[in-house]
Design a protein around this ligand. Structure first.
Ligand code: TYM
Length: 335
């Protein structure tokens, strides 16, 4: 894998907690594939980030491998993009500590994800959950990323990265590039199918709330059929919270088929929600089919997969080390 001098650098990561959802796919992963030719691209499975919640070691290991296989299965190409697993590159944890000394308690406390997650698991508000954005800062800044494609829920974290990078640069002189978040126009926030006022999350206790990238066709159809809608029986994009379910289904359908909301309204004029839900489900099944096929191939050859992520780790470590050495020198650590 060769990076071009003329291209900007793009970086993004995904946590291997639970199963990747259609939200991850439409809000992030699919855009990574679209953008990988335009940028020098770096993608990783953020397993260090995953342990802020309790996971079975066996499950974490398996989910990490699955996540890495999914990155490949969606069309990210290791010949073009650098792909690795976060915990295999020690520089992330090291830079995270250094940056945490340039991140303010008040700033961290304002992170909405920290507040939400603390509320959801009040008995495990650990220090890692609090300093999580500092690790994310390290992920991004180590590779001098210009752009970071994410769904809307991660925008605040990338903004914090900018703040901390600017602060560090202000003290020590130009050290880090200041990254820019890229948020997709459609699909930046896919909502839960059961509570369309909440984000579709991969750790939802209700399986009907989310579509997994690896769900089989029957399951996908069943979950869409059960999706919460309203009693108007008219497919249109509306402002009221009552319309949130239909708005979400329209967003999914639009993101997958590239049809505009107007075209969708016309297509389902005079038809009921049953027809609409089935159409959305079928479009999603078609979109995910090639991903699932490729995923199954990759998972049946673990040795190749392992070789791929080990190579990725070496290349990532080489780039990361350059930034880390510079930072350590600037801060005043001995050689
Ligand atoms: P994570 O693993 O929660 O999500 C991965 C990506 O999927 C997006 N996403 C969604 N987009 C639309 N609708 C949804 N319902 C939805 N749910 C998730 C997220 O915005 C994200 O882009 N902290 C990050 C992982 C991370 C990272 C990084 C990202 C670690 N280091 C450095 C960028 C750069 C996270 O937990 O994402």
């Amino acid at each position: 894998m060769e990076f071009s001098q003329d291209k900007k650098t793009m970086l993004s990561m995904i946590k291997p907690t639970g199963h990747f959802t259609l939200g991850n796919y439409l809000g992030a992963l699919r855009n990574w594939v679209k953008l990988q030719d335009e940028y020098n691209s770096i993608f990783a499975v953020a397993d260090l980030h995953a342990i802020t919640i309790r996971l079975e070691p066996k499950a974490l290991r398996q989910q990490t491998l699955q996540a890495y296989a999914i990155l490949n299965a969606i069309g990210l190409d290791p010949k073009k993009s650098l792909m690795f697993i976060q915990s295999t590159v020690p520089a992330h944890a090291e830079l995270s500590w250094i940056l945490s000394c340039y991140s303010m308690y008040g700033e961290m406390q304002r992170m909405t994800q920290f507040k939400d997650k603390s509320k959801k698991a009040p008995d495990n508000v650990n220090l890692g959950l609090f300093s999580y954005p500092s690790l994310m800062n390290a992920d991004i800044l180590l590779y001098q990323a210009d752009v970071v494609p994410v769904g809307i829920d991660q925008k605040q974290h990338v903004e914090l990265t900018r703040t901390v990078a600017n602060r560090f640069n202000g003290i020590y002189g130009e050290t880090f590039k200041i990254p820019e978040p890229i948020i997709p126009k459609v699909g930046a926030k896919i909502m839960s199918l059961q509570n369309p006022l909440e984000k579709m999350g991969k750790s939802d206790s209700n399986e009907n709330a989310y579509i997994r990238i690896l769900d089989d066709p029957d399951t996908i159809v069943r979950k869409f059929k059960r999706a919460v809608t309203d009693s108007q029986a008219r497919v249109y994009f509306g402002d009221s919270s009552e319309k949130a379910g239909i708005n979400n289904l329209m967003t999914i359908y639009s993101a997958v088929t590239k049809k505009s909301f107007e075209e969708i309204e016309k297509e389902f004029d005079g038809k009921g929600y049953g027809d609409f839900k089935l159409a959305v489900a079928e479009a999603v099944v078609e979109e995910l089919k090639p991903v699932q096929e490729r995923y199954n191939e990759l998972m049946s050859d673990k040795a190749t997969l392992e070789k791929m992520y080990q190579e990725g780790a070496q290349e990532a470590a080489y780039i990361a080390r350059k930034t880390l050495s510079k930072v350590k020198r600037k801060v005043g650590f001995v050689k």
